[in-house]
Ligand binder design. Sequence first.
Ligand code: PBG
Length: 326
Amino acid sequence: MNLRDRPRRLRTDGIRPLVSETSLDASDLIAPVFVDATADERVPIETMPGHERVPVDEAVARVEEIRETGVEAVMLFGIPEAKDEVGSRAWARDGVVQEATRRVTRETDAYVITDVCLCEYTSHGHCGVLEDDAAEDPRLTVKNDETLELLTKTAVSQAEAGADMVAPSSMTDGMVGAIREGLDEAGYSDVPIMSYAAKYESAFYGPFRDAADGAPAFGNRRHYQMDPANAREAMREVRLDVEQGADVLMVKPALPYLDIVRGVREEFDQPVAAYNVSGEYAMLHAAADKGWLNLEEVALESLLSIKRAGADLILTYFAEDVADAL
Ligand code: PBG
């Protein structure tokens, strides 16, 4: 045996940290928060252990709990008091996200990002204005161009409430450009846009749809979210968002799409975010519950993998736990 190359020399406890190529820090993480206008107390989300829907009155306290772990950025999702055909509570001045944003930005130092979408606010649960015969004809769902104006109003109302950054997630063609223009015209040219640029039509969103009560009443989101089979198309989607002024590029989900995270990292210079979605969280919890996996270890390994693939920031339900463990 004449082995000159022995990679194991660099795996002793003393040197591992020195040669580690990837590190994870609380400052890489964004914690999702669900604010529920219909709740008057915190309601645990069954499919996402450790997470709750909180009333507006509890939003500040919830964000402070997150900040105690070292995580400074939160993504707010809203469950409105009422839904209608167009989702008008999404852009209401006194809407649930607007109220929560106002309080959290005023009373804490958290960095507040708001989700810009209509599915939690529409009675049909789709992410935009419905086509006339959508319920009858499964090939039809939302009207793209008519939806742009509503998304823009939503983003502007969130900026007015104090949002530090807005994150459009509806996969409407042209949404980043429309929102950028709307924000600039309203005097919010300093508010960045984190676009859910490559968002797949994924079964991993299941627990979130329970949590945010945003499942489509009929049909699916295939007409606007991406086909999991496609990678080149993701680059095209991302390029369009970059051309329209996206500041941060998000890939969603994360773990089943690490090739896309890597592809976006290599092709573009903007910061890359990945959304470690509800199903990715729920499945690790379910296995850990059975005693089949060590939750803390698999959570850390998952987030490390997402960073290694090229993500600069990670939106994850593990944010608090992992930040605590670090
Ligand atoms: C809204 C939205 C969804 C998620 C984030 N924003 C649901 C969807 O598109 O169906 C899913 C997040 C998760 O699963 O954690 N458009």
